[in-house]
Design a protein around this ligand. Sequence first.
Ligand SMILES: Nc1ncnc2c1ncn2[C@@H]1O[C@H](COP(=O)(O)OP(=O)(O)OP(=O)(O)O)[C@@H](O)[C@H]1O
Ligand SMILES: [Mg+2]
Length: 259
Amino acid sequence: MSEPAVIFDNISKSYPMYHHFTGGIKNFLFHLPKALKSLRGSRYEALRDISFEVRKGEALGIIGKNGAGKSTTLGLIAGVLKPTKGSIVVRGRTLPLLELGGGFHPELTGRENIMLNGVLLGLLRAEVRKKMDEIIEFSGISEFMDQPIRTYSSGMLARLGFSVIAHLDPEILLIDEILAVGDLEFQQKCIEKMMDFKRNDVTIVFVSHSMGAVEMLCDRVVWIDDNAIRMSGNTKEVVKEFEKAERNAELLRYVKGNL
Ligand SMILES: Nc1ncnc2c1ncn2[C@@H]1O[C@H](COP(=O)(O)OP(=O)(O)OP(=O)(O)O)[C@@H](O)[C@H]1O
Ligand SMILES: [Mg+2]
């Protein structure tokens, strides 16, 4: 078996909670010491004791409901977030496509953003210039390359973002929900490109709500539920259990709604 590219060892991540003064400002002032303590103390635990490994060349899927902690996990692998507890090892150059348009500058054109991102991700200008045409061609939106990207639709941003990272020879590719906003043609293009990466031994961590895409691409899946790992292992088995739980939850909502 190949060596691990990513190791998560008992990771927890909490965010400070934002408060509303539900009792009103007067009540807040009357109980100042207690109120201040609660402000300081309370944090939201977005991930709780998460442990998993991704082996080199493996494609790992991360699935779960909205707010489960998937993007937080990718952010931790990318190093843009720091864990509150536990240790993370990442071996290899990560290229994250984390959130839509993240890392892009709205006033710069598509072409300028490609250069900016290439350089930010560690390439020399000349190297980006050499790949520029290929990136634009792959994005399929060449006619908009000289427009500022604040004019782009979310699908166009996804196209640009994916094209950039797809041409920067990543060792570890982190993809968060790219398929959700792309049209069918682009979704297929993304999947094909990711399959290519897989054949070339690139490690992939793929977050998606599309179980079809997860089944096509991923060797293994981690299912995060309520901020902890509920199940992990064989793709087919985990997806099956996840879908069963989703159906049950839907049924429950339906029954409750009709009582
Ligand atoms: N910067 C932040 N500050 C406070 N809370 C945050 C922050 N980022 C995320 N959270 C909270 O952490 C939890 C996990 O968020 P995360 O974005 O990882 O979920 P997700 O699984 O990616 O969901 P989705 O499927 O909707 O993208 C959520 O409850 C969210 O509100
Ligand atoms: Mg997310």
